[in-house]
Design a protein around this ligand. Structure first.
Ligand SMILES: [Zn+2]
Length: 295
């Protein structure tokens, strides 16, 4: 799908709403407050009124789009531009394309990146590894040294990132505050199905996960053991190069506060290769999920 076709398909609020109602409700409105299907439609802005709880609602209630004042056409265009940007796009650049101010572009970008989070569990053989992203203090420009929450191409503090990759499947990336079992184990449980075989190196943070999964293959890299039959962690280790190049090549500076959102975008673009698939997956995620935080 090219941008011209997209803009034709979604050039009015009505067309966008129809599309979202079809995805979310199969075009049969359902009250988000009480799940009642008896609703009357109000003509204004495609709102519906629940005949059970009397509240009025649109398809956007309880979704990432909730309470947006921006025409949906701009949202759809933003999604299209973001999924098509090979090296990512700054909110400033996005604001110019959409003719909105920079804060609005940032607001859109954060919501879209959050909706990029993979929520389907990984399964089968899943490789797990951690890496540290960042550089040393000495390479940093002095203006960054003062701003402790920012890192340019190299971060002042190396930030641990956990990667989980299904063999011939998707990848999930998570920022860690600290690379240790207490933080890693709950993330593994949220991301990987219990019937999976997990493969890790001998790092202590993975100790005990064999109790959770069908099988835990440990490759003791310290003892130069890198494969056991078909089990290895080469796929996820190969991904770290892609991640580091993406971080260095794409973003002048990344706030640690928003680093997870950047990781979502990098993983999403790796998991979904075609622009049309990316666009449809994102719109689908955005209309079926709530935005998890405000501001
Ligand atoms: Zn209701």
């Amino acid at each position: 799908m090219d941008l011209v076709t997209l803009l034709e398909n979604f050039d009015t609020q009505e067309k966008c709403i129809n599309h979202l109602e079809k995805i979310r409700w199969n075009s049969k409105p359902l009250c988000p407050y009480c799940n009642c299907t008896k609703v009357s439609s109000v003509a204004i802005e495609r709102r519906h009124k629940c005949l059970n709880c009397n509240r009025s609602f649109s398809v956007l209630v309880g979704t990432v789009f909730e309470s947006t004042k921006l025409p949906l056409k701009k949202w759809f265009t933003a999604i299209f531009i973001i999924v098509g940007a090979k090296k990512g796009i700054s909110s400033l650049e996005l604001s110019r394309h959409l003719d909105v101010n920079k804060d609005t572009a940032w607001f859109l970008q954060r919501r879209i990146r959050t909706a990029m989070e993979e929520t389907n569990l990984l399964k089968g053989i899943v490789e797990i590894d951690e890496t540290y992203v960042g550089g040393s203090m000495t390479k940093m420009h002095k203006s960054y040294k003062k701003k402790k929450n920012y890192f340019p191409a190299g971060m002042q503090h190396k930030t641990p990132v956990l990667g989980m990759q299904q063999r011939e499947g998707k990848i999930i990336l998570r920022v860690l505050k600290k690379a240790w079992g207490e933080e890693i184990k709950p993330i593994l449980c949220q991301s990987i199905a219990k019937e999976s075989t997990v493969v890790t190196d001998g790092f202590g943070g993975y100790f005990g996960i064999g109790n959770v999964y069908k099988d835990h293959i440990i490759l003791n890299h310290d003892k130069k053991i890198f494969t056991k039959g078909r089990f290895h962690t080469n796929t996820i280790e190969g991904f770290w190069g892609i991640l580091k190049r993406a971080i260095i090549g794409s973003y002048h500076k990344i706030s640690i506060k928003y680093f997870q959102e950047y990781l979502n975008e990098i993983a999403f673009k790796f998991n979904y290769k075609k622009n049309e698939e990316r666009f449809n997956t994102l719109v689908n995620n955005m209309i079926s999920r709530a935005f998890p935080f405000s501001g």
